[in-house]
Design a protein around this ligand. Structure first.
Ligand code: NAD
Ligand code: GLY
Length: 360
């Protein structure tokens, strides 16, 4: 087992990474301070892993909420179902919420934990690659609104993250690739040697080589933990984790939640950001080709949806948490392995990128 730490003073917490961690009851119960535990999961994950978690929680008062599966259910209405269950079971403020699932369940469970009685403990047990390398670490929680992705939420850190690598064996190939988009992101924004390692090892990852996968998860979590420790509330460098996300979120919202996987939309969005960075003279054609080739090798899309127009992108990108005074700000690449902080971009240059991509 690998052990990393997210360093946030009195709210610091461990990330455990390794096989068979769901069976390790002490790991989980060691982070639970009272008897009431609510496990939040979904209807796909419950038949696979809920029983194992319940076995680890023998002797606790365990309640469960099993939500429908999908990004389209990441809404306030479904978070309310978690509150209903917490209240029905008369859970107190010293209760713990365990989020067992991918990023959707982690974001919703964390948000419910942040709100219930103004905050109860919560534990992340991420079961997708994307959740293990990104969403379970760092305390961003929340839900979508029909007018904007992740626009309702809270920063709320978990007590620990338990990333059991063996659960990825039941994840389908498309979801695995979606997770790789966020893995590649770390290389692009701040870790050129990792980007180069990914170029060499992408086929091992696609074929689920255990050693390569464990290394990619650990290195990604290390990168994320460092960024979060430096800038928990996204006053600066944390925004670089949003490379490709402004375009990506526009695609997710514009196409309807659930059409593209989050990681797929991020991959396409990163290609937009790379194109814009090339237009600004920061990347050359060869750099952009390396990015596109790595996404392609990870079996991720690089071409945008045909039906979205430049005007639609601009409209949707105007609703983004990085914007200031209603102005679109973007994370771009100054070089491979070096992201910019959020910057205002001349609308004319942004339009050049959008025009050359939109409706392609
Ligand atoms: P997801 O949670 O929808 O999971 C993807 C699919 O895999 C679902 O159908 C799920 O039921 C299934 N699944 C999960 N684990 C499985 C397993 N082990 N075996 C078989 N099937 C399994 O999607 P995701 O990609 O994990 O997360 C995407 C979400 O995360 C988005 O809502 C995105 O906004 C959010 N996100 C949040 C952060 C953050 O910092 N909080 C960062 C990145 C993404
Ligand atoms: N996934 C972006 C962040 O955690 O800041």
């Amino acid at each position: 087992m690998k052990l990393l730490q997210v360093d946030l003073k009195d709210r610091s917490y461990p990330i455990y990474i390794g096989p068979d961690l769901l069976q390790n009851a002490d790991l989980l119960t060691g982070h639970i301070r009272a008897s009431q535990v609510l496990v939040v999961t979904n209807e796909t994950i419950a038949p696979l892993y809920l029983e194992t978690i319940k076995n680890s929680l023998h002797g606790f008062q365990v309640e469960t909420v099993i939500l429908p599966d999908g990004e389209q259910y990441k809404t306030l209405a479904y978070v309310e179902k978690i509150f209903d269950q917490l209240l029905r079971a008369k859970f107190s403020r010293n209760a713990t919420l365990v989020a067992l699932g991918g990023g959707v369940i982690g974001d919703m469970g964390g948000f419910a934990a942040a709100c219930y009685q103004r905050g109860i403990d919560f534990i992340q047990i991420p079961t997708t690659l994307l959740a293990q390398v990104d969403s379970s670490v760092g305390g961003k929680t929340g839900v979508n609104h029909p007018l904007g992705k992740n626009m309702i939420g809270a920063f709320y850190q978990p007590k620990c993250v338990i990333a059991a690598t063996d659960v990825l064996k039941t994840l389908d190939d498309r979801q695995l690739s979606a997770g790789l988009a966020e893995v590649i992101k770390y290389g692009l924004i701040r870790d050129l040697p990792f980007f180069e390692w990914l170029e060499q090892n992408i086929s091992a990852l696609i074929s689920r080589d255990d050693e390569a996968m464990a290394y990619a998860i650990e290195r990604s979590c290390q990168n994320k933990a460092e960024v979060v420790a430096e800038d928990e509330f996204e006053a600066g460098v944390r925004a670089t984790l949003n490379l490709g996300h402004t375009f990506g979120h526009a695609i997710e919202t514009g196409m309807g939640y659930g059409h593209y996987l989050h990681g797929e939309a991020v991959a396409i969005g990163t290609c937009f950001a790379a194109d814009l960075s090339r237009r600004l003279g920061w990347l050359n054609d060869a750099d952009v080709d390396r990015i596109l080739n790595l996404f392609r090798a990870a079996k991720l899309p690089v071409d945008p949806p045909e039906m979205m127009t430049t005007e639609q992108y601009l409209d949707l990108m105007a609703v983004d948490k990085k914007n200031v005074d209603g102005k679109i700000r973007l994370i771009l690449l100054e070089a491979l392995g070096k992201a910019t902080l959020p910057i205002n971009i001349e609308t004319s240059i942004l339009k050049e990128t959008l025009d050359s991509y939109a409706g392609k």
